[in-house]
Design a protein around this ligand. Structure first.
Ligand SMILES: Nc1ncnc2c1ncn2[C@@H]1O[C@H](COP(=O)(O)OP(=O)(O)OP(=O)(O)O)[C@@H](O)[C@H]1O
Length: 502
């Protein structure tokens, strides 16, 4: 290796070497500052002029993607330059002054739960960003995440796609294809090992990275449950909050269907936990569950008023009831509602009407006095909004709390967050709790995109929400719901008493 590469970069030392070449620390002699940089050398595996041209073409495209990613997110190194030299390819990247998670672990030992949560919370938006560009990293592991000294933020290095390009060969049909699977055994899920990575493959790898940081165990050192095929890891941690354990459990499920389908969904499942640990639970922190900028920019806001037509009202009532309470016998109708436009057919409307809950429960106008609440004490006058006592939780927080339980499959607890009246509604829950659980088991994740207070009284409150349902079937649907909450002094909680679509 010449001391000066491409007549410009003075090599200081080798940082690492892998199957496709070496990584160097260098100085850019063409800049007055002699800026330090990292140079990644890549060697194509095939020694064939025809393939070389294909690799060159692909390398250029991958470099363009890296340039875009690096300039679009501060936790991805910038691409300063790229070039080819003597049939080898080079990427010149921003030097991240920091430490890889592997080195940190080796130096300091296992990380605390709060450090791991912080890393996850700061890394998931980066994954969301690259996924929003249609890119799967494919090699998330402790070696490829650096904690930057200056701001302690995790930075994602070493994207897999460029290396894959170097593995280009021509298959027996004469088409260029990659001969290699990118990823690291143990950290990559089976669908990726089979050459079919999906976005949640990165979440799987991230989950195992977090487990490595918490336990010091690499995936190869963890056993697998021979009955379910899932990884057994919890016994290696003396103490972990059940909520973080559930998030990690879901992230590393062997089947992609059972994992979080998006980085934001995983982040959202994590955030109420961070909030519980770090903030005053009585303060309203709904910004924590607000959508990330990517989602928010394209999303609609909650309609400020609602005057649905009768037909829409019908749909609304059923939908709202299903979404909160769950109705086993009507799940087929729910499926139809989720996939059809608001102008549902008269046939569907008839089916829906047959399933209408009692009008006294769901059709009362928002301004009408609330009856049948759990707490028999008189409702306050609508014109007076009493100040809630200091230690009383915000009704706004009741919604993310409820869905956090749902997302963590804590159905027994979430069921208790419904008012007795809502639970006992036989049209909503013909078999009580069994119907409720049966319904929720079909839902992969509920994303809370917005929560807005409409009315806050001492005993009754109303909030409007924008939710996104990610079904296990792969369907997605957005819903605007208005919740009525009733205060339960006994449990010191706001209980969900009703929900209507807007
Ligand atoms: N942008 C960067 N800033 C600072 N250090 C980096 C950067 N990129 C890589 N490194 C350091 O160089 C080491 C090796 O780099 P890298 O992981 O890219 O390649 P490798 O291990 O040689 O091969 P492979 O690409 O097969 O993983 C990393 O562990 C990291 O310490």
């Amino acid at each position: 290796m010449p001391p000066i590469l491409n007549n410009r970069y003075q090599i200081s030392r080798t940082l690492g070497s892998g199957g496709f070449g070496e990584t160097f620390l260098a100085e850019d002699t063409h800049l007055p500052s002699q800026r330090r940089c990292v140079i990644k050398q890549l060697k194509p595996i095939a020694n064939n002029p025809q393939i070389y041209e294909i690799v060159k073409d692909r390398f250029q495209r991958e470099a363009a993607i890296l340039e875009e990613l690096g300039s679009g997110h501060n936790q991805i190194p910038s691409l300063y330059a790229y070039f080819e030299l003597d049939t080898q390819f080079y990427l010149v990247q921003e030097l991240i002054e920091g430490v890889t998670l592997t080195s940190k672990m080796q130096e300091e030992g296992i990380l605390s739960e709060s450090s791991v949560k912080e890393i996850l919370t700061n890394l998931l938006p980066v994954l969301d960003y690259i996924h929003s560009k249609g890119i799967i990293h494919r090699d998330i592991k402790p070696d490829n995440i650096m904690l930057r000294y200056s701001d302690h933020l995790p930075v994602l290095i070493d994207f897999g796609a460029v290396r894959e390009t170097m593995g280009t060969i021509v298959n027996s049909q004469g088409n260029p294809t990659s001969s290699i699977v990118i990823g690291t055994p143990g950290f990559m899920p089976s669908e990726q090992a089979a050459g079919r990575p999906v976005y949640s493959s990165d979440l799987y790898s991230l989950g195992l990275t977090a487990i490595y940081l918490l336990t010091g165990k690499t995936p190869e050192q963890l056993e697998t449950d021979s009955r379910t095929g899932e990884i057994i890891w919890r016994k290696h941690i003396s103490q972990i909050s059940p909520s973080l354990a559930m998030v990690l459990e879901k992230a590393i499920m062997s089947h992609p269907r059972d994992r979080y389908s998006t980085a934001m969904a995983m982040l959202q499942a994590l955030q109420p936990l961070a909030q519980t640990i770090t903030s005053n639970p009585s303060s309203s922190k709904t910004t924590v569950v607000s959508p990330p900028p990517v989602v928010a920019s394209s999303a609609q806001t909650i309609p400020s008023t609602s005057s649905p037509s009768n037909q829409n009202n019908t749909k609304t009532i059923i939908l709202g009831s299903f979404i909160v309470g769950g109705l086993i016998s009507a799940s087929v109708v729910f499926g139809m509602i989720m996939t059809r436009s608001p102008e549902s057919s008269s046939e569907n409307t008839a089916t829906q009407q047959a399933l209408l809950p009692s009008p006294s429960v769901t059709t009362q106008p928002i301004e009408s006095p609330i009856e049948n609440t759990v707490n028999p004490s008189p409702s306050p006058s609508p014109s007076i909004t009493p100040q809630p006592p200091e230690n009383k939780p915000s009704p706004k927080q009741a919604i993310p709390d409820y869905y956090s339980l749902i997302n963590n499959a804590q159905y027994e607890t979430s069921w208790k967050h419904l008012s007795p009246q809502f639970r006992n509604n036989s049209q909503l829950h013909p078999n009580g709790y069994i119907s409720y659980v049966d319904w929720w088991q079909r839902v992969n994740f509920v994303e809370i995109q917005e929560v807005r207070m409409v009315e806050e009284g001492a005993e009754v409150a109303r909030v409007e929400t924008r939710l996104k349902y990610l079904m296990k079937s792969g369907r997605e649907a957005s819903h605007y719901l208005r919740f009525r909450l009733v205060w339960d002094a006994e449990t010191n909680n706001w209980l969900i008493d009703d929900a209507k679509s807007l």
